[in-house]
Design a protein around this ligand. Structure first.
Ligand SMILES: [Zn+2]
Length: 284
């Protein structure tokens, strides 16, 4: 992996490079131990070892982190279960039905972030998909997410919250939604002649025509090199066979996006209180 954090349960993480690591750890234990360097995996809270942090003349590859398969006192405990679930560990697909044991610290932290930052979670999704999300749609997505206890899903982590919200929601109708994703817009116009976009990029039926377009998110998986994604699929009508797929796009997760918003100062005035209210109501 190419990122690390200092403590389990932190959401703040850093790129792995010598300068950053020195700066945030101040070269103290348990991060520096003998000639080795340790930190915590941003996704699964297990310890990681940083490899190649100090370049040598025989090795000038970029430094990286790998899971350390033992607990490190004062830093982090090792959990085989969380390692097996970690999106940064190995190429994998997940069983959508598999859940963490309840009451896990990670699951609770995910829920807390959803509750306190729901407007930002929605914003990340809007930006990365290019589809505007109304309050009603946001509420429907969160309701469905909670019904399935998706925060305890084995593939849920602290760095993929917005996309898990999408992944666990039902397909959503696209009528009157604002679509700023140009490729998606072009694809829809090319394949579905019964629709058009108004001046605000809202999808609508042409006069006298009627067609239903839906969007859903499927196939959550990782590539084993830190990449993680779901497929966003726009389909026509109620059928999901290939012939009705209008547009498909791989949504590669930007693991830092939500964190950047949460950390950024001075954006409090841009927060959408009505979305936060929805989350506070649904997550008591
Ligand atoms: Zn991990």
């Amino acid at each position: 992996m190419k990122i690390f954090k200092l403590r389990p349960n932190d959401t703040l993480h850093y790129p792995i490079d010598k300068e950053t690591f020195e700066e945030v750890t101040l070269k103290q234990t348990p991060y520096y131990s003998g000639g080795s360097h340790f930190a915590v995996c941003p996704a699964c809270d297990n310890p990681i070892q940083l490899i190649g942090l100090i370049p040598t003349h025989t090795n000038d590859k970029a430094p990286y982190g790998k899971h350390f398969r033992n607990g490190i006192p004062g830093l982090a405990r090792y959990s085989q279960f969380e390692y097996d679930c970690c999106p940064l560990a190995a190429r994998k697909t997940y069983d959508r039905e598999q859940r963490r044991p309840s009451g896990g610290a990670l699951s609770n932290k995910i829920l807390t972030i959803l509750r306190e930052h729901f407007d930002r979670v929605v914003y990340v999704l809007e930006k990365t998909t290019g589809i505007s999300i109304s309050d009603n749609m946001a509420e429907a997505m969160l309701t469905r997410y909670l019904e399935q206890s998706a925060h305890t899903y084995v593939g849920s982590s602290l760095i993929n919250i917005p996309w898990m919200l999408a992944y666990f929601s039902n397909s959503q109708g696209m009528y009157k939604r604002r679509i700023t994703n140009e490729k998606m817009q072009q694809s829809i116009l090319k394949k579905i002649t019964a629709v058009q976009f108004d001046a605000n990029n809202r999808l609508e039926n042409k006069p006298g025509q009627y067609v239903t377009l839906n969007v859903c998110f499927i196939h959550h998986q990782t590539d084993g090199e830190g990449g993680e994604y779901v497929d966003m699929v726009v389909s026509e009508g109620m059928s999901f066979d290939e012939g009705h797929i209008v547009y498909k796009e791989r949504q590669v997760f930007d693991h830092d996006f939500l964190e950047r918003l949460m950390r950024k100062e001075g954006n409090e005035s841009k927060r959408r209180q009505h979305l936060i209210d929805i989350a506070h109501r649904l997550i008591p």
